[in-house]
Structures are given as structure tokens and as C-alpha cells.
Design a protein around this ligand. Structure first.
Ligand code: FE2
Length: 478
């Protein structure tokens, strides 16, 4: 199974995640959505705004509508699934392709896209590739991150790939031999120490490894956590004192691999669910667990300490990877884990009923008490349909108030990434690729992060369509 490259973390049976319309807050009618149904002759992820592009393109001096904030100088990069051979078993399983836009002093100087140079891509695409666990396997299609002056493409399983921002050429890295297991796509920065905290999960033992990367990019700590079973764990959380993991019942069944790579993950709520809290930086042997009602969480927004309590904001699904497509919706939930006594205790509350996922925060507040999260709104077309991402919403976690940009039926948005421009939390912009379903033209939209309703302050028109993908990052110039 070393070659499995499981991607991004949208949704249960792969399509679903989020849904919905039943609360009337974000719905087809609210957005005026009258999406044409996907052509049943091919998978939805091969069609329309999801369809892969065939060309690697470089373009300069991109046209701008509106006023591009001159204080944004750096790269916006985003990863996604783009099957090399024009087909993939699942939306999550296409080859990684990074799309990048360079902003500089009010100009959009460059757009470029390029496949991540994985063995799978070199072989022409497909699911499996040779290589031992921890090797340069997987599609590297989930996310990108900047750390220690380097840029990385990250996948669900496998090694990171270093990205040259000027060319988007990539090469795998094992941190000079220090990485002997996997490294997943959702590392967490500690803004005070400058360290990057991460983990890797495996389909064969070791099932979970915790990593720490130094401010200069050296892997300084890597230690196993005994889970006892292979599960899907897409994200984790940190506070300034803790690392938090969720051992949730999407269990990998090796005997079911012949059914398909993702179908080997089974929803097994009877096996229990638990959340682990350990000291940030280790040792992993000090992890303590508390049971939680079975659920699934792909993504966490942020976590922080409040005295004896670890507070974790997550996008919670009631289930995932079920056979019956009842995995939705995802809601924003807050876990409070009290660590004072000999046994951890847990309480949970819903922060928002709006169906949302793909969280972004002002990462200067990573692991600290933050107020705002930005999320992709999500509506799906039901079984067999594609997840739709009709807008981006800012959630005030202190009041539950929301501030949404819902651009309309024909505009497909995606994850909105926070780009700081100022010193206070939320002072900055939300950056997101969007595509017009009528023309299939894509733009980079830039919104005032504290005034989402107002819509973009600038649009950068791109020379080709950017397929709806997974996770991006704003990488400001040093
Ligand atoms: Fe993700």
C-alpha cells in the first residue's frame, strides 16, 4: 500500500462532506444555483470546473480588475488533483499539480502551473507506485506550505516535495535522511518558536508518527504513537503546549484494497473514537486519550489553551467513508478537553450550523486563542453529484456571526487562504481561485478578510482554467 496517495479530505465517500441546504443559510436557492447535472458517462471530477488541465503554462503580467493591494508581495500556491493520464479512480487520487500566482507591489507578475514530479506522474499517472513506506510515494496533491525559507508540496502519504518557486520544479525530500515514515499535508506552525509540527500516518505500522521541524527546516524530532490500527487521520492540532490527535473510526482494511484504494477505508463506529493530547514537542509516550462520540474530522481550524482546557475547533462530520452516502453534513464544533485530573474529560458544542469545511485562519494565531476562521461553504448535489463550493464565510467564533461571500450560481470558489496585511488578527486578505462555469475562465479573487460580503477588491484573470482543488498557502516574501 505504499503507493497509495490519498488526497485532500473532502468528504465521506469522497463526494460528500458537506452539504447543504436544509438550514437555508447556504443553498442552491440562496446562491441561485441551477447547476447542470454532471454527465453520467464519466465521473464528476473529470468534468466541468473539476476537470484536469493538460498544459503546463507560464504567463506574465496578468490582467487585474479592481485594486490589487500593493502590500501583498509573495506567492499564492495551491495544490490539487490533476490526473496525468486523464483519468483517476477518485477525485482524491489524481496526480498533484501546483498552480502559483506571484504578486509584487500591486502587480500580478506570473502565473504558472506544473505537475509535482512524483514517480506516479513520471509513470504516466495511476494509483500505485513502487517504494517502501516513507519513500517518495503518493501523488503529493493535497497542500503546499512554506517553512524555513523552503516551499513544499505535501501529500496525504509519502514524503514532502521541495518546490522551486521560480520554476515549480519539485524533488522529494526526507530531511537529509531524518524522515523514515510518512509526512502528511497539514503541518501546524508555532508562530512563537518558529517550529513546524507535523505527523504522518501509515497503512502499515507505524500507524502514526509525530514530527517536529526546526525553524531552519531540519527534522529534529520524530517519534511513533502506538495506535494499534491503521486509520485515516488527515489533520491534527496544536496549542502552545499541546499536540492533539484524533483516532476516529475510518479504519483501513487491507483485505479490501482490491475494491479500490479509498474503498478499503471503512466506517467502523463500533471500534470507538478518541482524542489524544500530548505535550507539544513530545514525548509521544505521554499522550493521554479521551473518548469521543464516533464522528469524523478531516480538518481542524485551530486550537488553543484556556487554563486546564484544550480548546479545539473542528469541522465535524457524523460519519465518513460509509457505504450509504450519509456522511454529511460538516458543521463547526468546539471540543473542550480538560486535562487537570488523572483522566481527561471532554465536552463539545456547535459553533455554527452552516455547512462549511476547508478552514483557514490567520496563522500568526496558530495554536493561540483566535477569533476568526474562514471556511469554504459547501453544497452538494447528492449521490453521484459533485461537491459545490459556492462561497467563503468568515465565522466569528466568539459570537457565531458569519460574514459570507456568495458570488452566485455560476462561480465556483474553493478554499480561501488568509494572507496577512497588518498586525491584528484578521487584518489581511482572503485569496482564492474561482472559476466561472459558463466560460470556464478562472481568476484569483482577493477579498478583504474582514468584509467578505463586499466581494473581491481585485480579480486577477488567469490564462487557463484552474481546476477546483484542495489546499493553498500564501507565501509572503521574507
Ligand atoms: Fe485537507
Amino acid at each position: 500500500m505504499a503507493g497509495l496517495g490519498l488526497a485532500a479530505g473532502l468528504g465521506g465517500s469522497g463526494l460528500s462532506l458537506l452539504t447543504g441546504c436544509s438550514d437555508g443559510k447556504v443553498s442552491g436557492s440562496a446562491t441561485g444555483a441551477t447547476f447542470p447535472p454532471p454527465d453520467p458517462s464519466s465521473p464528476w471530477w473529470m468534468q466541468g470546473v473539476f476537470a484536469p488541465v493538460k498544459q503546463e503554462v507560464v504567463a506574465h503580467d496578468l490582467p487585474i480588475r479592481g485594486a490589487l493591494p500593493p502590500e501583498l508581495s509573495g506567492w499564492f500556491m495551491r495544490n490539487g488533483s490533476n490526473p496525468t493520464n486523464g483519468d483517476s479512480e477518485h477525485w482524491f487520487l489524481g496526480d498533484g499539480m501546483v498552480h502559483a500566482v506571484r504578486l509584487e507591489n500591486g502587480r500580478a507578475t506570473t502565473y504558472q502551473n506544473r505537475w509535482v514530479d512524483t514517480p506516479i506522474h513520471r509513470a504516466g499517472g495511476g494509483l500505485m507506485s513502487a517504494g517502501p513506506p516513507g519513500g517518495p510515494v503518493g501523488q503529493s496533491n493535497v497542500s503546499v506550505v512554506a517553512h524555513g525559507g523552503r516551499f513544499y508540496s505535501l501529500g496525504e502519504i509519502g514524503w514532502p516535495y521541495l518546490i522551486d518557486p521560480e520554476t515549480l520544479s519539485t524533488r522529494p525530500t526526507d530531511f537529509d535522511g531524518a524522515l523514515t515514515t510518512y509526512f502528511t499535508a497539514h503541518p501546524r506552525p508555532d508562530p512563537i518558536t518558529g517550529e513546524l509540527h507535523a505527523f504522518g500516518y501509515g497503512l502499515v505500522a507505524p500507524y502514526l508518527t509525530y514530527h517536529v521541524v526546526s525553524p531552519t527546516g531540519a527534522l529534529t524530532y520524530s517519534s511513533e504513537i502506538d495506535l494499534g490500527r491503521p486509520i485515516m487521520m488527515h489533520d491534527f492540532a496544536i496549542t502552545d503546549r499541546d499536540a492533539i490527535f484524533w483516532d476516529l473510526p475510518v479504519v483501513f482494511d487491507m483485505s479490501a484494497v482490491s475494491q479500490g484504494a479509498l474503498k478499503a477505508f471503512k466506517w467502523r463506529p463500533e471500534t470507538g473514537a478518541r482524542i489524544g493530547v500530548m505535550p507539544l514537542g513530545g514525548p509521544t509516550s505521554a499522550i493521554r486519550w479521551v473518548e469521543v462520540d464516533p464522528c469524523f474530522v478531516y480538518h481542524c481550524s485551530n486550537a488553543h489553551r484556556e487554563g486546564d482546557e484544550v480548546v479545539v475547533d473542528v469541522c465535524r462530520l457524523p460519519s465518513a467513508m460509509t457505504d450509504t452516502y450519509d456522511d454529511r453534513p460538516s458543521r463547526i464544533e468546539r471540543w473542550r478537553i480538560n486535562t487537570a485530573g488523572p483522566e481527561l474529560t471532554l465536552s463539545a458544542e456547535t459553533l455554527s450550523d452552516m455547512r462549511m469545511d476547508l478552514p483557514s485562519i490567520d496563522r500568526r494565531w496558530s495554536g493561540r486563542q483566535n477569533r476568526f476562521g474562514w471556511f469554504a461553504n459547501a453544497v452538494d448535489d447528492g449521490p453521484g453529484g459533485a461537491v459545490q463550493l459556492p462561497g467563503i464565510t468568515r465565522l466569528d467564533t466568539t459570537t457565531g456571526e458569519t460574514d459570507s461571500w456568495l458570488p452566485g450560481a455560476w462561480l465556483a470558489a474553493g478554499e480561501g487562504v488568509f494572507a496577512p496585511a497588518g498586525t491584528g488578527e484578521g487584518e489581511g486578505y482572503i485569496v482564492a481561485f474561482v472559476t466561472d462555469r459558463r466560460t470556464m475562465a478562472s481568476s484569483l479573487a482577493i477579498l478583504d478578510a474582514m468584509d467578505m460580503r463586499a466581494g473581491p477588491v481585485a480579480w486577477i484573470d488567469l490564462p487557463q482554467r484552474v481546476p477546483v482543488g484542495f489546499h493553498g498557502a500564501w507565501m509572503a516574501d521574507a
